[in-house]
Design a protein around this ligand. Structure first.
Ligand SMILES: Nc1nc2c(ncn2[C@@H]2O[C@H](COP(=O)(O)OP(=O)(O)OP(=O)(O)O)[C@@H](O)[C@H]2O)c(=O)[nH]1
Length: 379
């Protein structure tokens, strides 16, 4: 049943509702502007690859190359189980999580230990991103080494969280390191390509194939197989196994994948192919800005649209509630009339929040240590 309302109460309700909508709009605008902090530099290079493909050696070579080319880089090690690194990592998971302790504490095997360590580290990853954000103007690249067992990074929740945290703040490119001498067999080559393909579709990020160890085996055969599937099919003719029939039919499906990626031959030992590799990275970073970033923005806009609709519904509900309370605007008046006080309270709340973050970050990444690590990279 409708409640009778006099006209002044009606006007009052409408006015108060408008004020409330305005103040909510202001809050929304400030939230949106703080989330649009995307930076064009540095380019994040996430290095993945099968165990023993040469990820760490390749990363070492990248560190040396960026240093020689006067490029400014930052190194992030995400492998908690690596014994020693040939380069100084600016941020190292091993400084935050002790992998052997995690194994003992949770009664896990080696892979479970690595996975859990990465999960624990992922919970602190916003801090890692903000450390890099603070130095964004001074950096060209962030080089990321991942655990030896590829699936720990590519198929875990923490791997996805880390990748997305990077990709929503900086241009991000995945580099898939291929052990070229071990991929000369068409079947092994095909398995490697299927894995790379699955990473491309899972991360939806630009992918660069780095055919490593070209000092041992030239990667020309791979380029030919990728450019012309008939050459690949001719290569598997000699193999009459069931797997070769499968590889034969898959080669056609992978043709589309090959057209979407960049491939370079490199050698982590001799340093061959580094200029081509960085050219491929720059082209991929541009592609990221054109396609992935646009896709990300589209998804964000869709989310904001849904949020807007939800808010409209809430406001409608609120208007109805106010009408049914016949202008009893006690709660609303308190908030809006004393708007300054309310704003003050929000600032105070934000201050508290800052304080909390500082407290939490005690055991995480020490910025002074970070600066030392940065010097290590340049030395
Ligand atoms: N000849 C040659 N050997 C290489 C090259 N890159 C790496 N290696 C060798 O390949 C082996 C594995 O290299 P790593 O860098 O440890 O490979 P990884 O992928 O980081 O290994 P995990 O993280 O333990 O899975 C080492 O013996 C390296 O010396 C290269 O370009 N040429």
């Amino acid at each position: 049943m409708d409640h009778p309302m006099d006209s002044s109460a009606d006007e009052n309700i409408v006015e108060e509702s408008h004020k409330l909508v305005d103040s909510l709009d202001k809050l929304r605008v400030s939230a949106a502007s703080s989330s649009s902090n995307f930076k064009k530099k540095p380019v994040i290079i996430i290095v993945v690859g099968m165990a023993g493909s040469g990820k760490t050696s390749f990363l070492h070579r990248l560190v040396c190359h960026t240093f020689d080319a006067n490029k400014r880089g930052y190194v992030l090690n995400l492998d908690p189980a690596v014994m020693s690194l040939p380069f100084g990592a600016n941020i190292d998971i091993r400084d935050t999580v002790k992998y052997k302790e995690v194994m003992k504490q949770y009664n896990l095997g080696p892979n479970g230990g690595i996975m859990t360590s990465l999960n624990l580290f992922a919970t602190k990853f916003d801090e890692v991103v903000s450390v890099i954000e603070k130095r964004a103007d001074q950096l060209d690249y962030v080089l990321v080494d991942t655990p030896g067992q590829i699936e720990i990074f590519t198929w875990s929740a923490s791997g996805a969280i880390i990748t997305e945290a990077f990709a929503s703040t900086f241009p991000t490119v995945v580099t898939y390191v291929v052990d070229t001498p071990r991929s000369t067999s068409p079947i092994t080559f095909m398995s490697n390509m299927l894995y790379a393909c699955s990473i491309l579709y899972k991360t939806r990020l630009p992918l660069v194939l780095a055919f490593n160890k070209t000092d041992v085996a030239d990667h020309k055969f791979a380029l030919e197989w990728m450019e012309d599937f008939e050459v690949f099919q001719a290569a598997i003719q000699s193999d009459n196994s069931y797997t070769s029939t499968l590889a034969n039919s898959l080669s056609l499906s992978l043709y589309e994948f090959y057209r979407n990626i960049r491939s370079v031959g490199v050698s982590a030992i001799t340093g061959a192919g580094m200029d081509d590799f960085f050219k491929a990275i720059e082209a991929s970073a541009d592609e990221y800005m054109e396609t992935y970033k646009a896709d990300l923005d589209k998804r964000k806009a869709e989310k904001e649209q849904l949020e807007e609709e939800r808010r409209e519904k809430e406001m409608e509900k609120l208007r109805k509630d106010m009408e049914s309370s016949q202008g009893g605007t006690v709660v609303l008046n308190t908030g809006l009339k004393d708007k300054d006080a309310a704003e003050k309270m929000m600032v105070e709340e934000e201050d508290d929040e800052d304080f909390k973050i500082e407290e939490d970050s005690d055991d995480a990444i020490d910025e002074d240590e970070e600066d030392e690590e940065m010097n290590r990279f340049y030395v």
